[in-house]
Design a protein around this ligand. Structure first.
Ligand SMILES: NC(=O)c1ccc[n+]([C@@H]2O[C@H](COP(=O)([O-])OP(=O)(O)OC[C@H]3O[C@@H](n4cnc5c(N)ncnc54)[C@H](O)[C@@H]3O)[C@@H](O)[C@H]2O)c1
Length: 325
């Protein structure tokens, strides 16, 4: 049996591939390299360059490798780009996923772990956000992910496809082999570290007049290895006959933008030049997840919740890979 990992050349998927291999699984990576890096894929995995919606390709991979489960990471994930190019987002994140899940069902694969997101909640009415919170995204990226959640629920009812949709908060940190190398980079931790390394003139803080202790926005950062572990547990849950689930993956610990910057300065020993800017439209003051259900259902507990450890791992990876991959 093998696990199909779509988007396995990307940031979170590539780290998960190594965790799967370490757990003794056979792994097939399907990635079109539109946003990922071939070098990020662990050489012990089988790599196939292609799109998730290529149904003959997926059928062949399932047949040739006896695939029984899929971890679906492949997607476009820039919120701003989704606003200016919604067609690409609905095509890549929704239509491609629909075609993939149809191929899997036709080939008899019934277990899917899906990378969903806290962006499906929109502006929170309650923090920490529980899974039952209303879902009303405020950008096409969030909608494209929410539509996939909907589709999975319908495929479960109609075709018996069982899934765990994991709603990640902010993925951060690095494993020994895999780190964050997005182009362009929009995530706070790598941006701050690039400024610490002198590769970026400054970091812009969007808003310092929020109703938070230091006035800057608070986010929930979760280490990619903790995300990977949750995926392993989700696979085990599905293979053990567990029911479909929607689960938050976050620390439940929020850190402000200024805390991230101060921690990065301490970890790196370098100053991070900061430019104060206005708030961005649609940026809530606090986005923190309640991950109690993931603990109940999967037995998952983040092992690396502290910001300092998350930032240190990202810094070490950056030092070892100054040019990215
Ligand atoms: N990074 C985060 O903080 C975060 C938070 C919440 C959810 N997520 C979700 O987690 C997943 C992984 O995020 P990431 O940060 O690793 O992104 P990433 O861009 O680093 O990785 C995505 C990978 O998917 C590939 N890909 C995209 N569309 C494809 C397609 N149609 N067919 C084949 N390959 C395709 C890309 O080449 C890339 O390697 C995404 O689904 C994202 O929406 C990420």
């Amino acid at each position: 049996m093998a696990v199909l990992v779509t988007g396995g050349a990307g940031y979170i998927g590539s780290a998960f591939v190594s965790e799967l291999l370490a757990a003794g699984e056979q792994v097939v990576v399907l990635d079109d390299l539109s946003r990922g890096h071939r070098q990020a894929v662990d050489p012990r995995a089988t790599f196939e360059q292609g799109r998730t919606g290529d149904q003959p390709l997926v059928a062949r991979l399932v047949r040739e490798h006896a695939i029984d489960a899929c971890a679906h990471f492949a997607a476009f994930a820039y919120v701003g780009e989704s606003v200016t190019e919604p067609a690409r987002y609905y095509d890549n994140n929704f239509s491609q996923a629909a075609a993939l899940f149809e191929s899997l069902c036709q080939a008899g694969v019934r277990h899917v772990v899906f990378s969903s997101t806290c962006a499906t909640y929109g502006v929170p009415k309650e923090v920490p956000i529980p899974e039952g919170h209303p879902q009303w995204p405020i950008n096409p990226y969030g909608w494209s992910k929410l539509f996939v959640e909907r589709l999975l629920a319908d495929f479960d009812r109609a075709y018996g496809l069982r899934f765990v949709a994991l709603r990640y908060f902010n993925a951060a940190g690095a494993s020994a082999r895999c780190g964050e190398a997005h182009e362009p980079e929009t995530h706070l931790v790598p941006l701050v570290l690039e400024a610490a390394a002198g590769r970026r003139a400054h970091v812009t803080v969007f808003g310092n007049d929020y109703d938070t202790p230091d006035g800057t926005a608070i986010r929930d950062y979760i280490h990619i290895e903790d995300l990977g572990e949750a995926h392993l547990l989700a696979l085990r849950h599905l293979r053990g006959g567990g029911a479909s689930q929607f689960l938050n993956l976050g620390n439940g610990l929020g850190y402000s933008v200024l805390e991230v910057i101060e921690t990065a300065q301490r970890v790196t020993g370098h100053a991070v030049p900061v430019l104060m800017g206005p708030r961005r439209e649609g940026d809530p003051p606090r986005l923190v997840g309640n991950a109690a259900r993931a603990r109940e259902v999967l037995g998952w507990l983040p092992k690396r919740p502290q910001l300092e450890g998350i930032i240190r791992s990202a810094w070490e990876w950056m030092q070892a890979h100054p040019q990215g991959y």
